[in-house]
Design a binder for this molecule. Structure first.
Ligand SMILES: Cc1cc2nc3c(=O)[nH]c(=O)nc-3n(C[C@H](O)[C@H](O)[C@H](O)COP(=O)(O)OP(=O)(O)OC[C@H]3O[C@@H](n4cnc5c(N)ncnc54)[C@H](O)[C@@H]3O)c2cc1C
Length: 399
C-alpha cells in the first residue's frame, strides 16, 4: 500500500504544523487550566482550512482527503497533548464529513460553512445513561408527527455541550424511531443544542479540560426533516460509517501525542545523568525507547492504512467494508493504549519531575485516558468488530 503523500497533502501538513507550533503548542497548558479553547484559535484553524479539511469547497471547506484530515489530527495531538483541541477537531471533522456525504442540501448549506470556519460546533450524541456500547438498547426515541420527528430522552458523556451552546451548533443524534426493529429502527439527525426543549448539564472530567462533556435532555424537541442524516431507520448504519472516520482521526491524534511524548523523552534521557552517565546510555531505558519508537511507527502505518482505505472507498473504488472496519478498529484498539503506555514510560524516565505540572506529561495522560476508557467506542467493541468481520457474525456473544 502506497502511503506517499501528494504535493497537496505535504503542503497541508507543513502549513498545519507551522500554524500549530506558533498558535497552539504555546497555549496548550492555558487551554487545560482555563477549560476553554480560545475562539481566536478556532477561527485561525478555520482560516488555514484545518477544520474544513474534508468539507467540499462549495460549503466553505478544503475538499481534501481523509488522509489530509488524519495528518492534521496527528499534528494537533502533538501540539496539544491534553487532547482537548484534538477532540474538537476530530468531532467537527469526522461528523461534518458524514454530514457532507449524507446530509440534506439545506443542512449542508446552513451548517457546514460555519463549522469549517470554526464558528459553530458539530459533535455526536449516541451514549445514554443505560450504556454506550449497546446502541440498539437505547431509550431516546422520536415519534413521527407530519414531516417532523418529536424527540424525547437523554444522552450522557456528550462532548462539546458548552461549546455548542456558546458558539452555536449541535450534535448528530441517534434516536429510536421503530422500537420493534432494534438497531434497524434507529434514525440519525442533526439536533441544534439551542433547540426548544433541550436542557444540558456539564460533567466534571479528569482530563481534556479545554472541551466540555455533559448530559443533554430532550423533551418534545422538534427535529425537522431537513436535519435527518441519510435514510429514516438507517441511522445505526450511518453512525457506524461516521465512526469509521472519527475513530481514524482519534487514533491519529493518539499517534501524534505518542510521537510528541517520545520526542520529549528522547530529549530528556540524552541530557539527564545518573551514576555518571546519561540515562540514554542505560539499556534499561534506551531499549524501552527503541521498542516504543517501533510501536509508534507500526501504529502510525496502521492509521495511515485506515485513512487510505477510507479515501479509496470515498472516491468510489471497490473496497470491501470489512477491510475498512478492521483497519479502523485495529487503529482505535492500538493507538490510545500505545499513547498511554508511551506517556507512562516517558514519565518514569523523568522521575519526580513528571509528577509536577512543569511538563505536559500528566496533562497528556489525563487526556489520552478518555480514549482508553471509552470515548469514540470502547476497546472491547473494537475487538468485537474485528471478531465479527474476521470470524463471522455468528461468533458474536450476543447472537
Ligand atoms: C471523555 C469522554 C467523552 C465522550 N464523548 C462522547 C460523545 O461526544 N458522544 C457520545 O455519544 N458518547 C461520548 N462518550 C461516551 C463513549 O462513547 C462511551 O464511553 C462508549 O461508547 C462506551 O460506553 P459506556 O461508557 O457506557 O460503557 P459500557 O457500554 O457500559 O461498557 C463498559 C465496559 O464493558 C465493556 N463491554 C461492553 N460490551 C461488551 C461486550 N459485548 N463484550 C466485552 N466487553 C464489553 C466495554 O468495553 C467497557 O469497557 C464519551 C466518553 C468519554 C469518556
Amino acid at each position: 500500500m502506497d502511503f506517499s503523500l501528494s504535493d497537496e497533502e505535504q503542503l497541508f501538513q507543513k502549513t498545519v504544523h507551522d500554524f500549530l507550533k506558533d498558535n497552539l503548542a504555546p497555549i496548550a497548558r492555558d487551554i487545560d487550566n482555563d477549560h476553554r479553547i480560545p475562539e481566536k484559535l478556532l477561527h485561525g484553524m478555520g482560516e488555514i482550512g484545518l477544520l474544513g479539511a474534508t468539507i467540499p469547497e462549495k460549503y466553505g471547506g478544503q475538499g481534501g482527503s481523509i488522509t489530509m484530515a488524519t495528518l492534521g489530527a496527528m499534528e494537533i495531538g502533538a501540539a496539544d497533548p491534553s487532547m482537548a483541541t484534538a477532540v474538537y477537531y476530530l468531532l467537527v471533522t469526522g461528523w461534518s464529513h458524514l454530514a457532507s456525504k449524507l446530509g440534506t442540501e439545506e443542512l449542508r448549506q446552513s451548517l457546514l460553512p460555519k463549522v469549517a470556519a470554526g464558528r459553530e460546533f458539530l459533535g455526536i450524541a449516541t451514549t445514554e445513561p443505560g450504556g454506550g456500547s449497546d446502541l440498539a438498547a437505547m431509550k431516546t426515541n422520536a415519534k413521527r408527527e407530519g414531516k417532523r420527528l418529536i424527540l424525547n430522552g437523554e444522552k450522557i458523556y456528550i462532548s462539546g455541550v458548552s461549546e455548542a451552546k456558546r458558539m452555536g451548533g449541535g450534535h448528530l443524534t441517534l434516536m429510536k424511531t421503530d422500537p420493534s426493529l432494534k438497531h434497524k429502527g434507529l434514525t440519525f439527525a442533526y439536533v441544534p443544542i439551542n433547540s426548544k426543549g433541550i436542557e444540558t448539564t456539564v460533567l466534571e472530567n479528569m482530563g481534556r479540560m479545554g472541551i466540555s462533556t455533559g448530559i443533554v435532555s430532550y423533551r418534545d424537541v422538534d427535529v425537522v426533516k431537513e436535519n435527518i442524516i441519510g435514510e429514516y431507520n438507517r441511522g445505526f448504519f450511518h453512525a457506524m460509517a461516521g465512526f469509521n472516520y472519527a475513530r481514524t482521526l482519534v487514533s491519529a491524534a493518539c499517534v501524534g501525542a505518542a510521537q510528541w511524548a517520545l520526542e520529549v523523552g528522547a530529549e530528556y534521557i540524552k541530557r539527564r545523568s545518573a551514576f555518571g552517565s546519561t540515562l540514554a546510555r542505560y539499556e534499561g531505558v534506551s531499549f524501552e525507547f527503541a521498542d516504543l519508537a517501533v510501536q509508534v511507527e507500526m501504529v502510525r502505518n496502521q492509521v495511515m492504512k485506515a485513512a487510505t482505505l477510507l479515501d479509496a472507498y470515498d472516491s468510489g473504488k471497490n473496497v470491501p467494508m470489512k477491510d475498512i472496519n478492521i483497519a479502523v478498529s485495529a487503529s482505535k484498539l492500538t493507538a490510545p493504549p500505545l499513547a498511554l503506555d508511551t506517556i507512562k514510560k516517558v514519565m518514569m524516565w523523568h522521575g519526580a519531575l513528571s509528577y509536577t505540572k512543569d511538563t505536559y506529561l500528566e496533562m497528556a495522560m489525563r487526556g489520552i485516558l478518555s480514549y482508553v476508557v471509552g470515548a469514540e467506542g470502547a476497546l472491547n467493541i473494537m475487538r468485537l468488530v474485528i471478531v465479527r468481520d474476521l470470524l463471522g457474525p455468528e461468533f458474536l456473544p450476543y447472537r
